[in-house]
Design a binder for this molecule. Structure first.
Ligand SMILES: [Zn+2]
Length: 299
């Protein structure tokens, strides 16, 4: 695929007069690279594509360049028992663990509830510079991942928010897009909130404009995100955009790290890990890479 600056990018937007901030994200080649490591059925690819768009939106809210955002959906007995995505400095990765037989029985377009059953979505922000770690959890009882993320902010964070996610498979590959807008009346991102009015008159206006975005716009790789922001908010007094952040597929699995983990086991346990081929096999769930580790290489 040729370079397309409308893909693999996340754009910050602020509407100062309405005390609103937002993010617009679109992923293409990076998404294909992530999905290519796995061999998921279309339903799972669609879900992971949307989850990665959400990951880009949430991750780009981090102020710490070394900050990490992790999205984890977990269930007791759903068709999907685990979905994990994370973000670090524009690098995205993710994977899904599911039961293929039960998925096949669920038909071509199962609801979020039939995929997850009674599940939870955990969103964790890690900001090492500020030594901050924050985790919020919401039940996955909504109709979509976007709604679950929206209720995470509205209910557990008391931040009026709107989230939209879309993904489709085009001729040249998968495209996922997302939009997040929030009302921050104190004008400071992340400051302690003593009181938030969820019925602030500025917010419904922003929510209506942001909510008018169409799935086709979110996933239109010919539509620059700046133009989309302008299309949605052109009647506003002022719309500011931040420097776009490039997104890439990035896995942080590292053979040296894997060796250091194995080295912590007692020698007899290490010897038991060796397979028939003479190597200890360690698999990275995110990128489905198999690392053959030779026992003599473990310090
Ligand atoms: Zn990996």
């Amino acid at each position: 695929m040729s370079e397309n600056s409308n893909l693999d990018t996340v754009l910050g937007v602020t509407i100062p007069s309405r005390h609103a901030r937002g993010r617009l994200a679109r992923i293409g080649p990076a998404l294909d690279a992530i999905l290519a490591s796995h061999n998921y059925p279309p339903v799972i690819e669609q879900l992971l594509a949307e989850a990665l768009a959400l990951t880009a939106l949430l991750g780009s809210l981090l102020k710490d360049p070394a900050g990490q955002m992790t999205l984890q959906a977990q269930t007791e007995s759903g068709i999907i028992d685990l979905l994990v995505c994370d973000y670090l400095g524009g690098d995205l990765r993710g994977y899904v663990r599911h039961d293929p037989e039960r998925l096949a029985e669920a038909g071509p377009s199962p609801s979020l509830f039939s995929l997850f059953g009674r599940g939870y979505l955990a969103i964790t922000f890690d900001q090492p510079a500020a030594k901050e770690r924050y985790q919020g959890i919401v039940p996955l009882e909504s109709e979509s991942l976007a709604h679950a993320a929206q209720s995470y902010f509205t209910q557990s964070e008391q931040i009026p928010s709107i989230v939209r996610l879309a993904a489709r498979k085009s001729e040249s590959g998968w495209i996922a897009g997302g939009l997040l807008f929030q009302h921050l009346p104190d004008g400071e991102e992340g400051r302690e909130r003593l009181h938030t009015r969820l019925d602030h008159p500025e917010w419904p206006h922003v929510a209506i404009l942001a909510g008018s975005v169409k799935d086709e716009e979110l996933t239109d790789c010919d539509l620059p995100l700046e133009d989309l922001a302008w299309r949605l908010f052109h009647e506003e007094e002022e719309v500011r955009t931040l420097t776009p952040v490039p997104l890439a597929r990035g896995c942080r699995c590292d053979p040296d790290y894997v060796r250091s983990v194995i080295a912590r086991f007692p020698p007899e346990e290490r010897a038991e890990m060796v397979g028939e081929d003479g190597f200890i096999r360690v698999d990275c769930a995110f990128c489905a890479t198999d690392f053959p580790i030779a026992l003599e290489d473990v310090a």
